[in-house]
Ligand binder design. Structure first.
Ligand SMILES: [Zn+2]
Length: 317
């Protein structure tokens, strides 16, 4: 049977009067200080200050690590859940920071964040710190879709396969340098109509997870870039319709689906808030809306959490 990753094929009503399970508490700006002893270390790790946002990450969370070494280091990198994390240095605060995330599939528990650095005298230093991942409570909903979504024709399968190659080539890339600056901003001024992580059930069986945020905006609504970056894709894809993907650096991408019109070209550099296109209902969407997704090193993350983070701005690259 052909397995299809369905994006945004159905407009779904969700009770938004209920408290969103993924809502980040207002104390998100309070940074959790990980001062627990390192499980494995080389060299002295005394005085290293490691903080992160959000304070209580769950599966699906973006995660910003900040590291302040007791003395200056030449370079610094991290390892987290099997991913290499590039870090950038902010001379003003003498802090290194890097973007990471936790996949939807990650089970709750304690995981080691591994730090490697080189001191000014050339000595290497390496140590780990435990990070606790909680379990997100995502909604479960039932949807019904037409057969054309689950049983595409041979021609459609060919298009889907070509799209898959395009996406694989682009979506897993990591540009180590940071292009984003400051907080991420919502792409439209409208309420969210479907949250991230919703389990979609067909005939009593979970078939897919909603891997972005939906905004129920009418066709023709201006859509803006979540943050600064470079457009790496602006073209029509089978499921996604007219789709724009922005590379924000540090392994972070934002995706905008089902657009009616493009306002950008591939290769174009954008500032946060710049127009990228108009919303629509192209691709596998039953009605006009905007689907926004965030990827970090091949993993879909909750855009709502990203939008709630307080991030460093106007730093030297
Ligand atoms: Zn969607």
């Amino acid at each position: 049977m052909y397995a299809i990753k369905l994006w945004c094929y159905a407009k779904v009503r969700v009770d938004l009067s209920a408290k969103l399970p993924t809502k980040i508490p207002s104390c998100v700006t309070l940074l959790l200080v990980l001062m627990v002893p390192a499980p494995a270390a080389s060299g002295s790790t005394k005085g290293w200050l490691i903080t992160m946002q959000p304070r209580l990450p769950v599966n699906g969370s973006p995660l910003l690590f900040r590291i302040k070494p007791p003395k200056a280091v030449e370079q610094l990198s991290g390892k987290w859940l099997g991913h290499e994390i590039p870090f950038n240095f902010d001379p003003a605060t003498k802090t290194w920071f890097g973007f990471a995330g936790v996949s939807l599939e990650t089970r709750p528990g304690s995981y080691t964040f591994q730090v490697s650095a080189t001191r000014k005298n050339g000595d290497p230093i390496s140590f780990g710190r435990p990070v606790t991942i909680g379990k997100a409570k995502y909604k479960r909903i039932s949807v019904s879709v037409s057969k054309k979504f689950t049983e595409p024709s041979a021609d459609q399968l060919r298009t889907i396969s070509e799209d898959k190659q395009t996406k694989e080539a682009l979506f897993n890339r990591v540009t180590p340098e940071r292009e984003w600056s400051g907080n991420f901003r919502a792409p439209v001024r409208a309420p969210v109509s479907d949250v991230f992580g919703t389990e979609r059930v067909f005939n009593g069986k979970v078939q897919s997870y909603h891997q972005g945020l939906d905004y129920g905006v009418p066709s023709g609504t201006p859509v803006s870039a979540l943050n600064s970056g470079t457009v790496i894709l602006a073209r029509n894809l089978y499921f996604e319709g007219n789709c724009v993907v922005i590379d924000h650096g540090q392994g972070l991408l934002s995706l905008y689906l089902h657009l009616s019109e493009f306002a950008v070209k591939e290769g174009q550099r954008l500032k946060r808030g710049e127009l990228i296109g108009l919303s629509g209902g192209t691709g596998r969407a039953t009605g006009p809306h905007l689907h926004v997704a965030v990827r970090w090193q091949g993993v879909y993350l909750n855009p709502a959490t990203l939008l709630s983070l307080t991030l460093p701005a106007d730093l030297t690259p």
